[in-house]
Ligand binder design. Structure first.
Ligand SMILES: Cc1cc2nc3c(=O)[nH]c(=O)nc-3n(C[C@H](O)[C@H](O)[C@H](O)COP(=O)(O)OP(=O)(O)OC[C@H]3O[C@@H](n4cnc5c(N)ncnc54)[C@H](O)[C@@H]3O)c2cc1C
Length: 492
C-alpha cells in the first residue's frame, strides 16, 4: 500500500449469523483489510404479522436477540473490532455507512425468505457504485455448490434429498474465526447503543421454572450448551431414544434457538458430533442428530426453491383446502384451552417459555389443522410470534408439511391424539406439569378428562367447564368431518 493510501474497508452486515467463527463474510473481510461490522435493527421486524396482526417477535426471542448482540459485540471487541448498531432499514443504513467509512465492499450471508431477498435486492441497488457486494451461504450443513443438483432442483422428497447428500464426501469443515486482530476503518463511525430490553419489548420477563432451559442468546452460551449436552451430560449417545421427550433439558439438544440466530452454525454442531464419534462413540443416535440437521438443511433449500409459495394457504403444492377461520377455536388453541390435555399442555408451555418439543409441535399442528380444520397459516404465525427458535424456512416448511400442503403431501394424514398421548405422555406428567388443575385426575383418564363422572370430577377437584374446559371438539368425529370436507373439496 502506498503511504497515505487508505486501506480498503469492507462492511460486514450481520443478520441471522451472530457469531465470529465459521463466518465467511467476516473472515474474508478481515483478510482484505479494515472491517466494519454492523447490525441493523429493522423497524419492519416490529410490524404485526400479516394475517393475525401478532407481534412478529415475542418477548423470549427478543430477549435472546438482545443477549446475542451483547455477546457478538464482546466477541468482536476481543478481536479488536466493533459491532456498529443501527436502527433503520438496511437499504438506508448500509449505503450511508458505506459512504461515511468509504467501504469498497459489503459482505453478507444470503437470507432465505422472500422478505430477506427483497431487502438484499434493495441494499444492492442503494449501495454506492464503488462498493462491491459479495455474498455467502453458510446456513446449511451442505454446501449448495457441492450438491449434485441446483437449489431450484432440490428434490421434493426429503428421503431423496438425504440420499443424494449422503452419497457425497461429508460436510465442509467450519471456518476458523479471524486469527489476527481486526483492523478498524481509518475514521470509524460511531458504535451506536445496543438495544435495551425495553426497546426490544421484553422488559420484565419472568422465567417459568417449568421451562426446559433458560436459553441465553450468543455464541458463548451456544458453546456451553454443546459442552453440557454432548460432553458433560453425555446425552448424544442416547439421542435417538430420547428425542421424542416432552420434559426437561436433555431429551434433545435444544440447539435450535442458537442455530436459528446463527450463534452457532450447523457445521460447527456437526463438527462436534464427528469429534464425539471419534472420541466417544459412534452409533445410530449420533447419526440421528446429523439426520435432523439434514431436515433443517432440506427446509432451507426448499424455502429457497419455492419462494413465496411457502406462505400461501395452498402451500408448496398449491393444494386448495377448505380451511376454517374460527377465531374462538384459534384463541382457545393459542391459550391452551381446547379441553384436550395433550394439546393444552404443549400450548401452555410455549407462551411462557418460547419453546415446545418437536413432538409437541407436530401434535398441536395436527390438532389445529385436522381436528379444528383451522387455516394452518394462523398457526404458523402464532409459532412465528412465540418460538425462541423461529426460523422462516423451518417454521413455514414444517407447517406446510403438517397441514398436508407441503412437498410431501399425501392426502389427509393426522396424529391420533389418544395414541400420541399413550406413547409420549402415558402417565400424564407433562399434562400435569402445564395444566396443574388436572393434577388429581387419575392416570387412566388424564388424557380424557371429559370421561370423568361428576363424582370423579368432584374427587379430583376438577370440574369440567369450571376448572378445566370441556373439549372443543370430539376427537374422532372432528377428524372424520374434516376428512370428509377435504374429500368433498377434491371432488369439486
Ligand atoms: C409445526 C412445526 C414448526 C417448527 N418450527 C421450527 C422453527 O421455527 N425453527 C426451528 O428451528 N425448528 C422448527 N421446527 C422443528 C423442530 O421442532 C425444532 O427444530 C426442534 O424441536 C428444536 O429442538 P432441538 O434443538 O432440541 O432439536 P433436536 O432434536 O436436538 O435436533 C437438532 C437440530 O436439528 C434441527 N431440526 C430437528 N428437527 C427439525 C425439523 N423437523 N425441521 C427443521 N429442523 C429440524 C434443528 O435445528 C435442531 O436444533 C418446527 C417443527 C414443527 C412440527
Amino acid at each position: 500500500m502506498n503511504p497515505g493510501q487508505k486501506s480498503a474497508t469492507t462492511g460486514v452486515w450481520f443478520r441471522s449469523d451472530l457469531r465470529v467463527g465459521d463466518h465467511g463474510p467476516l473472515l474474508e473481510a478481515a483478510r482484505a483489510g479494515a472491517v466494519s461490522c454492523v447490525v441493523c435493527l429493522d423497524p419492519r421486524d416490529e410490524e404485526p404479522s400479516r394475517l393475525r396482526g401478532l407481534p412478529r417477535r415475542g418477548p423470549f426471542r427478543a430477549r435472546f436477540l438482545g443477549e446475542a448482540l451483547v455477546d457478538l459485540r464482546e466477541a468482536l471487541r476481543s478481536l479488536g473490532g466493533e459491532l456498529l448498531v443501527r436502527r433503520g432499514r438496511p437499504e438506508e443504513v448500509l449505503p450511508s455507512l458505506a459512504r461515511e467509512e468509504g467501504w469498497t465492499a459489503l459482505h453478507f450471508h444470503e437470507g432465505v425468505g422472500t422478505e430477506e431477498a427483497s431487502v438484499e435486492a434493495a441494499v444492492r441497488l442503494a449501495l454506492p457504485d464503488d462498493c462491491a457486494v459479495r455474498t455467502w451461504w453458510d446456513r446449511t450443513l451442505v454446501d449448495p455448490s457441492e450438491l449434485p443438483f441446483a437449489v431450484d432442483q432440490t428434490p421434493e422428497l426429503f428421503t431423496r434429498f438425504r440420499k443424494l447428500v449422503e452419497r457425497g464426501d461429508g460436510f465442509p469443515e467450519p471456518l476458523p474465526a479471524p486469527r489476527s486482530p481486526l483492523r478498524r476503518p481509518a475514521t470509524p463511525a460511531e458504535s451506536g447503543d445496543l438495544p435495551s430490553a425495553g426497546e426490544l419489548g421484553c422488559g420484565a420477563l419472568e422465567d417459568d421454572p417449568r421451562a426446559v432451559l433458560r436459553f441465553h442468546g450468543g455464541s458463548r452460551a451456544a458453546a456451553e450448551r454443546v459442552q453440557a449436552y454432548v460432553w458433560e451430560e453425555d446425552r448424544l449417545k442416547g439421542y435417538k431414544q430420547t428425542r421424542n421427550g416432552l420434559i426437561g433439558a436433555d431429551y434433545s439438544s435444544k440447539l435450535s434457538p442458537w442455530l436459528a440466530l446463527g450463534c452457532i452454525s450447523a457445521r460447527q454442531v456437526q463438527a462436534e458430533v464427528e469429534r464425539y464419534e471419534r472420541e466417544r462413540v459412534r452409533n445410530d443416535s449420533t447419526y440421528w442428530l446429523t439426520f435432523e440437521l439434514l431436515w433443517r438443511d432440506y427446509f432451507q433449500l426448499i424455502a429457497a426453491k419455492h419462494g413465496a409459495a411457502l406462505f400461501r394457504a395452498s402451500g408448496l403444492q398449491g393444494i386448495e383446502r377448505p380451511w376454517q377461520h374460527d377465531e374462538q377455536g384459534f384463541d382457545a388453541w393459542c391459550e391452551g384451552r381446547t379441553g384436550v390435555p395433550l394439546v393444552d399442555a404443549n400450548m401452555r408451555e410455549l407462551a411462557p417459555s418460547g419453546f415446545m418439543s418437536n413432538r409437541g409441535r407436530q401434535i398441536v399442528a395436527s390438532f389445529l389443522t385436522k381436528n379444528l380444520g383451522i387455516d394452518w397459516r394462523w398457526g404458523a404465525e402464532w409459532f412465528e410470534s412465540q418460538l425462541l427458535d423461529f426460523d422462516v424456512a423451518s417454521n413455514w416448511g414444517n407447517w406446510n408439511y403438517a397441514a398436508g400442503v407441503g412437498n410431501d403431501a399425501r392426502g389427509f394424514r393426522y396424529f391420533d391424539i389418544a395414541t400420541q398421548a399413550s406413547k409420549y405422555d402415558r402417565r400424564g406428567r407433562h399434562a400435569r406439569l402445564w395444566c396443574p388443575e388436572l393434577d388429581r385426575v387419575p392416570e387412566r383418564l388424564i388424557h380424557a378428562p371429559w370421561q370423568l363422572t361428576p363424582s370423579q370430577q368432584e374427587a379430583a377437584s376438577c370440574r369440567l367447564g369450571r376448572d378445566y374446559p370441556r373439549p372443543l371438539v370430539d376427537l374422532d368425529a372432528s377428524v372424520a368431518a374434516n376428512r370428509r370436507r377435504w374429500e368433498e373439496s377434491e371432488r369439486r
